[in-house]
Write a protein that binds this ligand. Structure first.
Ligand code: HEC
Ligand code: HEC
Ligand code: HEC
Ligand code: HEC
Ligand code: HEC
Ligand code: HEC
Ligand code: HEC
Ligand code: HEC
Length: 430
């Protein structure tokens, strides 16, 4: 009997707790309906609203007024994991999970204003991808930045959190566009993209084939995304062709992955290994290539897909010949003392990872140390080499020639001319 009463008490307490929780939930909505109605409406159209996943499920219930709004939790991916463990696990093994860390591994990041990192614009607007450690979050908070705690809302945006939105190629557009990775522009103006848009307009039958970003990069609906070459377009083990291998070594030196004098691993090597910036084994590279060929084979013959991808490798080989030549020309100017080594360069050798901030102090651009020829070299690598080979993989004729190959030839002309002038001026002075 005594035990019964005790148990009844517990049930009673439970009901009370449930009632107060319902009240807290309702309070969030009634109040926020007045202060941010669009936000509440967005949540109302989500699957979450129908499933009873309310504001407090993600933000906690510690805040209830304007005065204490900072008590509302800004949910990290760990909160989504509580109910979506499968997607969380896939994501944590994918390339996107390295976005924030890769950004911070680049010297240029630490030379630019914080607004362009933690502020959610510039680098940080796109690289807010990846589960942050407690230290990384504390660092953000210490700089006064309270948001950007979640990567999951980058493709299915809050608070609709819609699967359909994430399957739309526009979900990738904000980040996969522009200067050094114009995948949106290349795909959308390729035959693959043209078909997608024709289908949208109803000008192709519903069942017609039209691959979008997700078809080729999240094929099985998995949140784990990798490619064979990766962004930097370099690999260890090196390609088999000796000239191409030598050219890739030259590029790796300019990335300080290798020491230009000794060929031993340089200061950027550890980041390359830890953040998967390049495939380090033949198997890792081939695994992704094989997966991609299988994807092409859904709509093309296997041989066709293989050949098309091999052509991408072949153009990269030719592009690397120009790239390595250009690096050598600039390296010669360093060697002969025509360019003074910027203090933040690891070696007396061209370095591509300070981007356009060549020789500047943090936040203060020191124009006197700025070497224009280095900037042309950077543009050749970051903008034009990227386009020349990425365009082959995304089947875009114009980017492959005019925005890629053609611009590399132009950069080469400029570098040769600048080097000639620099040498002539130097000779006249001495
Ligand atoms: C009495 C009104 C009221 C209630 C109840 C209320 N909020 Fe708020 N909430 C606010 C106000 C006001 C702000 C600050 C908004 C601003 O500055 O524009 C805010 C801010 C927030 C923020 C943003 C915090 C930030 O740092 O930007 C979140 C998240 C939030 N509320 C969630 C909730 C949740 C979850 C509940 C229920 C547990 C809740 N709110 C209940 C009024 C309320
Ligand atoms: C499924 C989880 C989830 C639910 C449910 C949810 N939110 Fe959020 N909310 C988020 C995430 C994720 C962020 C972004 C956090 C960040 O950027 O650090 C966020 C950010 C916010 C912000 C601050 C940023 C902004 O855009 O203003 C407010 C305010 C907010 N939510 C209010 C609400 C309210 C009100 C509800 C209920 C109607 C709600 N949230 C329900 C996940 C959720
Ligand atoms: C308390 C549990 C819970 C939490 C926390 C939660 N969700 Fe959900 N979510 C669900 C349920 C239940 C569904 C509907 C069934 C399903 O698709 O699994 C759902 C569905 C979804 C969908 C599919 C929507 C669609 O259009 O079909 C997405 C995307 C999603 N959630 C993302 C998130 C993200 C991102 C977070 C973290 C910010 C999050 N969820 C947090 C329970 C949760
Ligand atoms: C418009 C969005 C956007 C901006 C702005 C941006 N990035 Fe990126 N970044 C990306 C995308 C998308 C990729 C992957 C591209 C690819 O693989 O072709 C990437 C790739 C990288 C990589 C290579 C990662 C790897 O694993 O190979 C590094 C490092 C990097 N970015 C650093 C930066 C830094 C530093 C800045 C600012 C100076 C910056 N990014 C600005 C979107 C952006
Ligand atoms: C790069 C974009 C992107 C990011 C980032 C992303 N998702 Fe998704 N998500 C998708 C796509 C695309 C789908 C649809 C997959 C499919 O079924 O084809 C999806 C589907 C989902 C679904 C619905 C699964 C189902 O089958 O109903 C959930 C739940 C989900 N994501 C949760 C998450 C969580 C949690 C995170 C963060 C750890 C996250 N997503 C990050 C693109 C993304
Ligand atoms: C918020 C910005 C953002 C969005 C949205 C986004 N990405 Fe990314 N993506 C990145 C960044 C940053 C990287 C580089 C991460 C790294 O490796 O450090 C990346 C890398 C990738 C890579 C790997 C490239 C490699 O190096 O192998 C693929 C593939 C990719 N994204 C596909 C997609 C697809 C498909 C979508 C849309 C469903 C998408 N992304 C949406 C920012 C974004
Ligand atoms: C028809 C298939 C297909 C479609 C559609 C497609 N891609 Fe790709 N993508 C590829 C192939 C193939 C590669 C090169 C893979 C390799 O390295 O072998 C690639 C490479 C990439 C990379 C890494 C690039 C690099 O620098 O090496 C990113 C990021 C990427 N794609 C994003 C996207 C985005 C975003 C979209 C949509 C706007 C898209 N892709 C559409 C097939 C596709
Ligand atoms: C979902 C189906 C689908 C997938 C997957 C797909 N394609 Fe396509 N592809 C098409 C269609 C349809 C066309 C238009 C055919 C035409 O031009 O008559 C096309 C066109 C092309 C073209 C241009 C052909 C021409 O004659 O102009 C190339 C090259 C190509 N695809 C390569 C690839 C590669 C490489 C992959 C894998 C990375 C791939 N495709 C994956 C459906 C697909």
């Amino acid at each position: 009997m005594k035990k019964m009463k005790w148990m009844l008490g517990l049930v009673g307490f439970g009901l009370l707790a449930m009632a107060s929780q319902t009240l807290a939930k309702d309070a969030c909505i009634t109040c926020h309906e007045k202060i941010s109605p669009g936000q509440v409406q967005d949540w109302r159209v989500s699957r979450h609203a129908g499933e009873g996943v309310s504001c407090d499920a993600c933000h906690g219930d510690a805040h209830s007024s304007k005065a204490d709004y900072k008590k509302a939790k800004m949910p990290s991916e760990q909160v989504c994991k509580e109910c979506h463990e499968e997607q969380f696990d896939q994501f944590s093994h994918g390339k996107h999970n390295f976005g924030w860390k890769a950004m911070n591994a680049i010297p240029a990041t630490h030379m630019a204003p914080d607004e362009l990192m933690e502020g959610g614009r510039g680098c940080g607007g796109c690289h807010n991808m990846g589960i942050k450690s407690d230290e990384e979050k504390a660092e953000q908070l210490a700089k006064g930045y309270r948001y950007q705690n979640n990567s999951c809302d980058e493709c299915h945006t809050r608070h609709a959190f819609s699967k359909k939105e994430a399957k739309n190629p526009h979900a990738c557009q904000q980040c996969h566009m522009g200067y050094d990775h114009p995948q949106w522009e290349m795909w959308s103006s390729s035959k693959h993209g043209e078909r997608y848009f024709a289908k949208l307009a109803g000008d192709l039958p519903e069942g017609a084939a039209a691959p979008v970003c997700q078809t080729c990069h999240m094929g099985d609906g998995s949140h784990n995304n990798h490619t064979a070459w990766g962004f930097l377009g370099v690999r260890l083990p090196l390609p088999k062709d000796p000239q191409w291998a030598a050219d890739q070594v030259t590029i790796l030196k300019a990335l300080a992955v290798l020491n230009p004098e000794t060929g031993e691993p340089g200061p950027v090597y550890p980041a390359v290994a830890a953040l998967d910036l390049a495939r380090l084994t033949e198997e890792a590279w081939q695994k992704e290539r094989t997966k991609m060929i299988a994807t092409c084979s859904q709509c093309h013959s296997e041989e066709y897909g293989k050949e098309q991808l091999a052509m991408g490798d072949a153009i990269m080989q030719k592009v690397d010949r120009i790239m390595a030549d250009a690096i050598e020309v600039v390296a010669g100017l360093y060697k002969d003392g025509l360019i003074e080594k910027p203090a933040d360069y690891p070696y007396n050798y061209p370095f591509l990872l300070t981007f356009m901030e060549t020789g500047g102090e943090a936040g203060v651009k020191d124009a006197s140390k700025l070497s224009y020829i280095d900037q042309v070299l950077l543009q050749m690598y970051m903008k034009h080499r990227m386009r020349a080979y990425q365009a082959f993989f995304h089947v875009n004729p114009d980017y492959a020639y005019w925005y890629g190959w053609n611009e590399m030839r132009k950069d080469m002309g400029e570098i040769q001319e600048l080097a000639k002038t620099m040498r002539a001026t130097h000779k006249a002075k001495h």
